[in-house]
Design a protein around this ligand. Structure first.
Ligand code: SF4
Length: 223
C-alpha cells in the first residue's frame, strides 16, 4: 500500500534524460528549512493510492521511459519496495529520489531501481542542524555508501541556500563526495516555491560555486 500525495503524469526534469511519471509519496521524517514539498511532509495528506499510479502506468506503456518515486521521502513507506518491483514487472525503468533516511529500505529496493537521486544536504557533522533530526547524517552516509557499492547510476545533489551553507561548506561536501568516488554531483539553487517560507528569499548563481568544484566530478550540473 502506498500513500501518494500527487502524481505528475509526464516529467522531463525528475530523471535527467528520461520521460517519466512521478509519484509524490506523502510523509518525511526530516524537517529541512528549504523543503519544497513542505505541504506533503505529513503522511495524512495522501489522497491517492497505488491503484491510481498503476492505472496511469498501464495507460502509458510505451509512452514513458519510467516512473520516479519521489516525496516527501518515498522510503518512509515500506510499500515502495513492492511498488518498485511491480513497476519493473510492467516494463518501466524505476527511479528514486531519496534523502537517505532509510538505508535498510534502500537496500531492499535497490534490486528494482535503475537510477537514484540522493540528497547530500550538508557536511556530515552539520546534518542534524539541517534536518533537525539527530543522527540523520549517519543514515544519509550509509545510504551513500550503499549506492557507491551498487551497480547503479546515481546523482548526489545538494540544495544551496546561502544562509544554510557557506561556499566552504559546499567545498567540504564536494571534496568528501569526490574522495568517496561519487562521479555525478548537482548543485540546486534554493527556490522558495513550495517551502514553508521560513527562509529569506535569497538564492545563488552558477558562478557562486567555487571554481575548483565542478572539475572534481565526471559529471557536474548547476540547476
Ligand atoms: S528530506 Fe526532503 S522531503 Fe524531507 S524535509 Fe528535507 S527536503 Fe523535505
Amino acid at each position: 500500500m502506498l500513500r501518494i500525495a500527487g502524481i505528475e503524469p509526464f516529467s522531463t526534469v525528475d530523471w535527467p534524460g528520461k520521460l517519466t511519471c512521478v509519484a509524490f509519496l506523502a510523509g518525511c521524517p526530516w524537517a529541512c528549512p528549504y523543503c519544497q514539498n513542505h505541504a506533503i511532509r505529513r503522511f495524512e495528506v495522501a489522497t491517492l493510492g497505488e491503484e491510481n499510479l498503476f492505472d496511469l502506468l498501464e495507460q502509458r506503456r510505451g509512452l514513458l521511459d519510467g516512473v520516479v518515486f519521489s516525496g516527501g521521502e518515498p522510503l518512509a513507506q515500506e510499500g515502495v519496495v513492492q511498488a518498485a518491483r511491480h513497476a519493473r514487472e510492467l516494463g518501466f525503468a524505476v527511479g528514486l529520489h531519496t534523502c537517505g533516511a532509510y538505508p535498510h529500505r534502500l537496500a531492499e529496493v535497490l534490486p528494482y531501481l535503475n537510477w537514484v537521486g540522493l540528497d547530500v544536504k550538508a557536511p556530515w557533522d552539520a546534518y542534524d542542524e539541517m534536518t533537525r533530526v539527530p543522527g540523520s547524517g549517519d543514515l544519509a552516509r550509509q545510504s551513500l555508501e550503499l549506492l557507491l557499492g551498487a551497480d547503479l547510476a546515481f546523482e548526489a545533489r545538494t540544495t544551496w541556500h546561502p544562509d544554510l551553507l557557506s561556499a566552504d561548506d559546499l567545498s567540504a561536501i564536494a571534496f568528501d563526495l569526490a574522495a568517496r568516488g561519487v562521479d555525478n554531483w548537482a548543485v540546486q539553487a534554493y527556490r522558495s516555491l513550495g517551502t514553508s517560507g521560513e527562509l529569506a528569499d535569497r538564492t545563488v548563481q552558477a558562478t557562486d560555486v567555487p571554481a575548483d568544484l565542478p572539475s572534481a566530478f565526471g559529471h557536474y550540473e548547476f540547476r
